[in-house]
Each structure stands twice: as structure tokens, then as C-alpha cells.
Design a protein around this ligand. Structure first.
Ligand code: FAD
Ligand code: SIN
Length: 535
């Protein structure tokens, strides 16, 4: 069994992981930083971000207080005001750094940044690079990492579990059970051996879990591994019921997965939601029409589809300037044309798809989890910024802001933490079962169906109860398989997906109200006394 040592182990190479690595490396060139990616280093949600990154950039036209108000309004009274303040106010400086590290954002004819608008924003404040903002940020961050000698990246390494130990302590009134993290067990996907990676500090930057649903904009890597790892290690997770469905993914009758996103920026640019027969409908749901926050728009579309018995609604862009549209949305145009739709002549068929996890690993304002020496950053974390519904383009911003804060903490604490040399090797067991892959594939399919039918945009008590019963069975079967089979990333992902499905459903069953992204027909009203759901 091989044992490796590093100072800082960061699992994930999206905006959260890469930014944490760069910020730490810049503050502490003496620390050895190891980044881990389960596939190619650029494959992650960040790479697919289209719309952009929100930041108050033009102080003559915008105001941080407006961005704060928009974020809280979208979050439906569940945002943590301290965190909203931090992210909005520190955000522009982090965006400036992204630019300094080589990120390109589009400019207008007068060489000013072209600030776009998305749902729920009261001003134009989204910096973007065409409709490929995430790919551009990922490129620039990877390039910056390559210039820093104390960062190394392990690709095709799958983190199975964080390494933790419980230390019992006694206070006058109660027994303390403190959990400490000492690194992670990584499955080397080249030789399928498990390696022990000891670290003084570990950071989970593993992204969301969109893959628990049938229709999702998230790539296949989004299996919620970090959230499941932390929950297995007995850390705290919160607000998992707030799963954001993006209103407009491209309707594809062939069930292409992941679903291709039609950016909200298209609506910010003037695209209008209509039914198949060309009728506008958003005036029935919100005065902000097609640019209302996502929870409202996605639920409106869901209602229209169910009452009309149709498979999709449409986004009408036929009235927009074709040249400007092509300059801003070249990828979207190309994708639509590749399936025979010309958005300048026909309406684009769209449906909601699972897009983002507002909840996740509970962290404080420095990204600290409930486990010592373990941080979480980016979509896998729950900072309190998004509340019950994330404001568009606030996710990349949150990742960049918290990366800086975590790096600051790490650089101060690292000297006081020693490696734990008494960590046991990974306990290898099980045999290879040729039937295993079929069982895994089938169980993933079942999980997606359970989550999509019973814990989707509209929920009810009977649906969540049904989901919990079925998930329990799936969990028991998978645990049996896990303990009798050779380890594979697919099997680990299945376990993690089931855990995430359970966490979403359990949190949904506890929240007896409707708020933001969580809508339960048995409790259609908001209950202002309810706060975060913590498991
Ligand atoms: P990710 O970028 O998803 O990175 C996760 C990393 O963790 C990957 O490197 C993965 O390999 C690694 N990983 C996971 N599990 C393991 C494991 N077990 N072992 C090893 N490595 C592991 N947000 C915005 O703010 N603006 C937008 O315009 C926008 N557009 C979007 C468009 C699309 C199509 C999608 C899907 C999302 C969009 N979002 C947008 C949301 C945003 O992109 C994500 O929330 C954000 O990029 C998440 O970054 P992250 O670093 O936390 O995770
Ligand atoms: C989009 O471009 O619509 C996605 C923006 C986001 O998820 O924040």
C-alpha cells in the first residue's frame, strides 16, 4: 500500500479547487499542494458555465447593495446576510484577479466590459466570455496553476473517502466528540490501487450532484462525491432540498444526457418564453416575466407543461438581432443548428433540468466544515449565500471568494498541524463479480427515476415518503454489493449518488413549507419560522 504526504490536499479541479490551490500557493510558496481530479483535470461543471460571473463592476450604474438585495430576494429569506455581504463585496476583487491571471471577458465597442443581465438581477452585472465563460475561466486557472511550482495535479485519481479520526474529550457539561481529517484514500484509476494521501489540511471542492436526476445540465462527474464522503465521516450537511432546476435546457426527445443548457443570458438578451402555440405565459406568474428568478420560472414552465399536456415550451429569439446573437451565443446557435433548429427563424424548444445544488456541506465564513482540518469550497459547500434559491451567476463568484478565504485560513493554520502517521491502510476486501456493472447501471437508472418522479420541481408528502422507502431498498442492496465487490469508481459513485438522493429527500421531507426551490403541495405556504435543514 503506498502512502503519500502533502501539506494541502484539494479534491476537485473546478473553479473552487483551482482557485484555492492558486491562492494558497501564492500566499505560502513553501507549502506543497496536491490537486486531485477523477477524470481529465478540465472536466467539471465549471467548464460548462455559460452565462458568466456576477459582480458589481460599474459603480456608476450599479451598487453592491442592489446585488445584495437581488441575492436575498432570490434566496427567499433564507440567505445568511453576513455571507451575502462578504461575497458581493469581496467579489469584484476576485474577478479582477481572474482577469490578472489571464481570463478574458467580452468588451463592448468602447472597450468597457460587456455586462449582461440574467434572471433576478436588477442591473446588468454579468461578466462573460461569449457563452463559454466557464471554459475560459477553467483555461486561465489551469494555466496559472502550471506556473506555480508548489502545485501538482493528479488526474484520474478517484477520492473514495476522507480519512478521519474521532478524538473524545470531556467538558464540564458534556462529552465532546471531535472529528479530525488527515487526508483521503484515493483510487489510482491507472492501476486500480488505493493509495493513502496524508495531508495536514484537506479541501473538498468536488462540485454538485446533478446526476441524481434523469434530466440534468451537469456532466457525468457531478455525482456529489464530496457531500457523500463528508456525510459518511459524520460531518454536517444542510439545505439539500434546495435543488435548482434551470428553466431552459434544450428539449431533446432522444434524451441526450447531459441536457444542453440554453443560458439564462439569452432571456437577458431579450428571448421570450412562450407556449408551443406562441402564447406568452410568464405574466401569469411574475411581473418580471421571463427574467423572474429561476425557481419561479421553472415552476411556471412545469405548471404549463402539466396543464397543457405538452413536452416543452419555447424560447422565442426570432425578433433579436442575428449578428449580435451570434456574437454573444455562438455555441448555443451552433448546438441548435446541429439538431435542425435555427433560433433566428424558429422558436427553441426548452424544458427545465436539474442544474445546481444550493445546499451541501455546511461551512462557516472561512469555508470550515464541522470536521477539523477539513474545508469545503464551491458547489459542494453550503455557505448560506444562496438560501432557498441561487441567483444566476453567483456560483462562480462564490467559489472564487471562498477559495481566497480558505487559502487565508490554511496559510495561517498549516504550521500548527502535523501529519498523522498512525493512519491504517485502506481495508481492501471483496471479489470481482462480472455481474456488477449491470447491477450498477440498473441501480443508477432506478435512482434517477425515483428522484425525478418523486422529488422533482413539485413535491408532496406521499411522494417523498415513497422516494425514501425506495431509496432505502436501493441503499441496502448497494451496501451489500459494495462490501462484496472489487472497488470501482462506478460503484463508489453509485453509493454517493444514493446518499445524495437520500439527503435531498430527507431534507425535503423535514421542510414543512414551500419556499424558493422547495415546493410541497401539502404545505403550499411559507413558514417564516423555519430556518436551515441540518443533517
Ligand atoms: P466543479 O467545477 O464541478 O468541479 C468539481 C471537481 O471535483 C472536478 O474536477 C471533479 O473531477 C472533481 N471530483 C468530484 N468528485 C471527485 C472524486 N471523488 N475524486 C476526485 N475528484 C473528484 N454558475 C455561474 O455562476 N455562472 C454560470 O454561467 C453558470 N453556468 C452553468 C452552466 C452549466 C451547464 C452548469 C452545469 C453549471 C453552471 N453554473 C454556472 C454553475 C457552476 O458552473 C458550478 O456551480 C461551479 O462551476 C462549480 O464549481 P466547483 O469548482 O465547485 O465544482
Ligand atoms: C446560465 O447561463 O443560464 C447559467 C447561469 C448560472 O447557472 O448561474
Amino acid at each position: 500500500m503506498s502512502v503519500h504526504k502533502t501539506d494541502v490536499l484539494i479534491i476537485g479541479t473546478g473553479i473552487a479547487g483551482l482557485s484555492t490551490a492558486i491562492q494558497t500557493a501564492l500566499k505560502r510558496p513553501d507549502l506543497q499542494i496536491t490537486l486531485v481530479s477523477k477524470t481529465d483535470k478540465e472536466e467539471c461543471n465549471t467548464r460548462y458555465a455559460q452565462g458568466g460571473i456576477a459582480a458589481v463592476w460599474d459603480l456608476a450604474e450599479d451598487d453592491p447593495e442592489k446585488h445584495i438585495a437581488d441575492t436575498k430576494d432570490a434566496g427567499d429569506d433564507l440567505c445568511n446576510p453576513l455571507i451575502v455581504d462578504i461575497v458581493v463585496k469581496e467579489g469584484p476583487e476576485r474577478v479582477r484577479e481572474l482577469i490578472e491571471w489571464g481570463t478574458r471577458f467580452d468588451k463592448d465597442k468602447s472597450d468597457q466590459y460587456d455586462l449582461a443581465r440574467e434572471g433576478g438581477h436588477s442591473e446588468n452585472r454579468i461578466l462573460h466570455y461569449r457563452d463559454l465563460t466557464g471554459a475560459e475561466i477553467e483555461r486561465a486557472l489551469l494555466s496559472k496553476c502550471s506556473t506555480l511550482p508548489n502545485i501538482r495535479i493528479l488526474e484520474h485519481y478517484y477520492a473514495i473517502d476522507v480519512i478521519t479520526q474521532h478524538h473524545m474529550g470531556y467538558m464540564v457539561t458534556r462529552v465532546m466528540n471531535d472529528i479530525h481529517c488527515y487526508g483521503a484514500y484515493l483510487l489510482n484509476l491507472q492501476d486500480l490501487r488505493v493509495e493513502t494521501h496524508l495531508a495536514r489540511v484537506t479541501v473538498l471542492a468536488t462540485g454538485g450532484a446533478g446526476q441524481i436526476y434523469k434530466a440534468t445540465t451537469n456532466p457525468v462527474v457531478a455525482t456529489g462525491d464530496g457531500i457523500a464522503m463528508l456525510y459518511r465521516a459524520k460531518g454536517h450537511v444542510e439545505n439539500m432540498e434546495f435543488v435548482q432546476f434551470h428553466p431552459t435546457s434544450l428539449f431533446n426527445p432522444k434524451g441526450e444526457s447531459p441536457s444542453f443548457l440554453i443560458s439564462e443570458a439569452v432571456r437577458g438578451f431579450g428571448g421570450i418564453l412562450k407556449t408551443r402555440d406562441g402564447q406568452e405565459f410568464m405574466h401569469k406568474y411574475d411581473e418580471r416575466l421571463s427574467l423572474a428568478p429561476r425557481d419561479i420560472v421553472a415552476r411556471a414552465i412545469d405548471t404549463e407543461l402539466k396543464t397543457r399536456g405538452e413536452d416543452y415550451v419555447c424560447l422565442d429569439c426570432r425578433h433579436l438581432d442575428p449578428q449580435a446573437f451570434e456574437a454573444h451565443f455562438p455555441t448555443i446557435l451552433q448546438k441548435c443548428r446541429s439538431i435542425g433548429i435555427d433560433p433566428m427563424k424558429e422558436m427553441i424548444p426548452v424544458v427545465p433540468a436539474c442544474h445546481y445544488f444550493c445546499g451541501g456541506i455546511k461551512v462557516d465564513e472561512f469555508g470550515r466544515t464541522s470536521i477539523h482540518q477539513l474545508f469545503a469550497c464551491g458547489e459542494c459547500s453550503s455557505t448560506g449565500l444562496h438560501g432557498a434559491n441561487r441567483l444566476a451567476s453567483n456560483s462562480l463568484l462564490e467559489g472564487a471568494v471562498f477559495a481566497y478565504r480558505i487559502a487565508d485560513e490554511i496559510s495561517k493554520m498549516a504550521d500548527y498541524i502535523a501529519h498523522n502517521e498512525a493512519i491504517p491502510d485502506w481495508d481492501a476486501r471483496g471479489t470481482t463479480e462480472p455481474r456488477e456493472m449491470v447491477l450498477i447501471t440498473q441501480s443508477i437508472k432506478e435512482l434517477k427515476e425515483i428522484m425525478s418522479y418523486y422529488v422533482g420541481i413539485v413535491r408532496s408528502n406521499v411522494r417523498t415518503k415513497r422516494a425514501l422507502d425506495r431509496l432505502h431498498l436501493l441503499f441496502m442492496e448497494t451496501e451489500e454489493l459494495y462490501h462484496s465487490s472489487t472497488l470501482s469508481p462506478q460503484l463508489c459513485e453509485l453509493r454517493n449518488l444514493i446518499t445524495n438522493g437520500y439527503l435531498v429527500t430527507r431534507c425535503a421531507s423535514i421542510r414543512h413549507e414551500s419556499r424558493g426551490l422547495h415546493y410541497n403541495t401539502d404545505y403550499p405556504d411559507k413558514n417564516s419560522f423555519l430556518q436551515s435543514t441540518i443533517l
